[in-house]
Design a protein around this ligand. Sequence first.
Ligand code: C2E
Ligand code: MG
Ligand code: MG
Length: 512
Amino acid sequence: MLAVLIIAVVLLIWNGSTFFRQISAVGADLGREARTASIALTLNVALILFGWRQYVDLQHEAERRADGERRAAVLASTDSHSGLLNRKGFADRAQVLAERACRLGLDLAIISIQINRFKSINERHGYDVGDSLLRSIAAAMTEALGEGAEIARLSGDEFAVALAVDPEKPGDAEHSAEAAMHAVTTVFTIDDRVIQVGAFAGIAWAPAVDVRIPDLLRRADIAMEHAKSGRSARPVWFDAGMERALIAHGEIEQGIRYGLEHDQFVPFFEPQLDLETGEIVGFEVLARWIHPLSGTIQPDVFIPVAEELGLIGRLSEKVIADALAQAVDWDPKVKISVNISPIQLTDAWLAQRIVRLLTETGFPADRLVVEITESSLVTDIDLARSIVTSLKNQGVRLALDDFGTGFSSLSHLRSLPFDVIKIDRSFVANIHSNRESVAIVRAVTTLASALNVPVCVEGIESEAAHAAVLGLGCAVGQGWYFGKPMPGEQAAEMLVQRGHQEPQAPRTAAAG
Ligand code: C2E
Ligand code: MG
Ligand code: MG
């Protein structure tokens, strides 16, 4: 552009000087020459103006582009719902903050915050209210934490804050975490609805000189997960033990895969009794991991990890196949209950798999009870219904496990044709001393009897509990008072001792 201007000015000067030279040299032709010269001058001025205009337009265009690029950069690093930084923006800005903190001899703290049950706000009030809530939380956090903090929304319900902190004053980071939690848990009024959510927070801290933002954020997340699992109302500091526990989790993952290949998952059997007569009417199959180094591992350690790994179907089927193969020759009056986790009920082929296990082991379908929990009915009730209907058509019975703990919705009771309702053991643990537990067990028993569905009570640990649930009209129960989960041979022996029909000669199960 500058070149155009220079050329235009040179032309003007050259033409202008020609013009004046012509005036002095040729007086007679003044009229004609002057006209020519003035046309040239006008053309030159027009050229300059045109050039200038081009220059200004180009200047504007350059500014517009720079502005667009700036806006694109802001958008790429901003969360559109809350107006806070997004994950990328947070990583960049926290890095800049760390460099500044390093120059000032400060440390860097990252706070990870999660809203408790944000999903249920969206489900109950709709996504518009959820979005408004996010904006309100973002504004409250920005106000509470002030200018020095970098605040981000990392995903649906996760926030992060980066702060430069004085190494001598760790309390400052904790105060900021508390302020952030306080901001999240403010009572907001959105569309005339009063909304308040809970929050969990974790804090991780490192010298700014050698900090890696992703590592520090991961540690803050680990601490936050601890806060969440401990239902802590206060921020939790990261410590190295938490990371070690996670590594152990990684070892469980490896172990499960190895254990599945090497038959380390086996069925244990917990007796279920007629509470009136004391007769064994069934066994619940409970998976155990027989670990070569750690001994017998309970399912609460490995079932959640197997679910995360997508291995729960394989694991459960292996345990069920072994259980059916062992129990096929026991007294035919004795039922076998197996647990199906919610994830398994999202497998459209589950019914076929179970029927295949029945065929392979020769186990009669009407001796099998499948236990599902209410949470299974929330994910995809239609699929659950179709699986259950296929199984029931084969003669398999259906139990609603852990009733009273989850949603305890009456509609769930009616949504599928349950043959048994299992009352969760938490109501039985202190039934002889707790009036509320008595009221709940009585209410469920009355309801079940009105629906014509028998109940089975879990967790009977004492004679007093046995007497209490019997008095409340429960027909069947299980618990350590009658027998802890035991290996198949022991369960078979128990049956014989109680006068049940002796097992026939063992058959070879085709199931693997
Ligand atoms: P659940 O189906 O509710 O099983 C009952 C749990 O209560 C078992 O825990 C049992 O050992 C425990 N229990 C029974 N009687 C008493 C008692 O008197 N007192 C106390 N304190 N506890 C008692 P376990 O074996 O740890 O199983 C936990 C859960 O793991 C089971 O809960 C079930 O949901 C799941 N699970 C177990 N085996 C399998 C499996 O093969 N597949 C699937 N998908 N889930 C399984
Ligand atoms: Mg169960
Ligand atoms: Mg249960």
